[in-house]
Design a binder for this molecule. Structure first.
Ligand code: SAM
Length: 311
């Protein structure tokens, strides 16, 4: 089975503006599709640091393209520690030429039943991308307050009956603790609103995003990316959720995820990024036909301003 089919592959790598012999980061290695193209473009003298927090992704570094390239390094870490990890690898702040993040889960993660990411399979309700530590989705359902659960279902899942579902979780767990994907599916079925599959995938997505603190990690990552990039270096981010896209858009516009104008010591508005894409790039008709997952993908790219750039 294919580990993952890369989304917006050529669009993202073209817009990263890769130069031979540069230093690059793929923050979300997965099946290595984007990484492979980065290495092809930057050539033998280039360097690539590929992050992934999922131990399963590591097996893909055995492919020839990676094992035979002396400038390739796999970093088994959450990308929220980008700066710390790169510095540990001897990369200096302000020297990276391009950073890519292709957010979310890989097809491999969704298709591996025992990971508990998908409502299609009966399995323990886990959903951790890194299984080394942290709360599982079942833990979360068994312990969070009704308000917390409502926030998760509403903000991350965009479920219109988030309050009803949150109360139903709390009521159900008094009877029986949540353990499996089937337990959650049963609850969703009883509280269904709107189209069935859509409801299930939104509820599962909400829990996955919370379990892995995906929004928190994205914010930390973008801050580190700005520091690590060289002036003119580019950041490319592919998102699959409107909240993530808004965070990326705001960060590239204003230098913070809220999009509020930042000021320097003298009261001048600071803009650390030059937009490379004014509007998000979306998948072509052909790609969306071939790969359904690409339908919700949005790619934004920005370059770190040099000191002499006009504000
Ligand atoms: C959509 S896939 C990337 C696919 C890859 N671009 C390719 O072409 O095969 C996302 C990958 O990023 C990893 N990932 C997601 N969030 C992460 C994080 N905060 N830190 C490190 N890896 C993360 C997941 O484990 C998954 O393997």
């Amino acid at each position: 089975m294919v580990y993952h089919e890369s989304v917006l592959l050529h669009e993202s790598i073209d817009l990263l503006g890769i130069t031979p012999g540069g230093v690059y980061v793929d923050a979300t290695f997965g099946g290595g599709g984007h990484s492979k193209l980065i290495l092809e473009k930057t050539g033998e003298k280039g360097r690539l640091f590929a992050f992934d927090q999922d131990e399963d992704a590591k097996r893909n570094i055995e492919q020839q393209a990676f094992s035979s390239h002396s400038g390739f390094t796999f970093v088994p870490s959450n990308f929220r520690h980008l700066k710390r990890q790169l510095r540990a690898e001897g990369v200096r702040v302000g020297t990276v030429n391009g950073i890519l993040a292709d957010l979310g889960v890989s097809s491999h993660q969704l298709d591996t039943a025992e990971r508990g990411f998908s409502y299609r399979f009966e399995a323990a309700l886990d959903m951790r991308m890194s299984r080394l530590d942290g709360e599982t989705a079942a833990d979360l359902l068994n312990t969070r307050s009704v308000d917390e659960l409502q926030r998760i279902f509403s903000e991350l899942g965009e479920l219109r009956n988030s309050k009803t579902l949150a109360y139903a979780v709390v009521q159900e767990r008094e009877r029986k603790r949540f353990r499996t994907t089937g337990d959650l599916l049963e609850l969703c079925t009883k509280n269904l609103l709107g189209e069935r599959m859509r409801y299930f995938s939104q509820a599962f997505q909400a829990l996955r995003m919370e379990v892995n603190d995906e929004l928190g990690a994205l914010e930390d990552f973008m801050k580190d990316a700005l520091e690590m990039l060289a002036p003119g270096g580019r950041l490319a981010v592919i998102t699959f959720h409107s909240l993530e896209d808004r965070m990326v858009k705001n960060y590239m516009k204003a230098g913070n995820v809220k999009g509020e104008p930042d000021q320097d010591f003298y009261g001048n508005i600071t803009k650390p990024w030059e937009l490379v894409t004014k509007k998000p790039v979306e998948a072509s008709q052909l790609e969306t036909k071939q790969n359904a997952r690409s339908r919700s993908a949005k790619l934004r790219v920005a370059a770190k301003r040099t000191i002499n750039d006009k504000r």
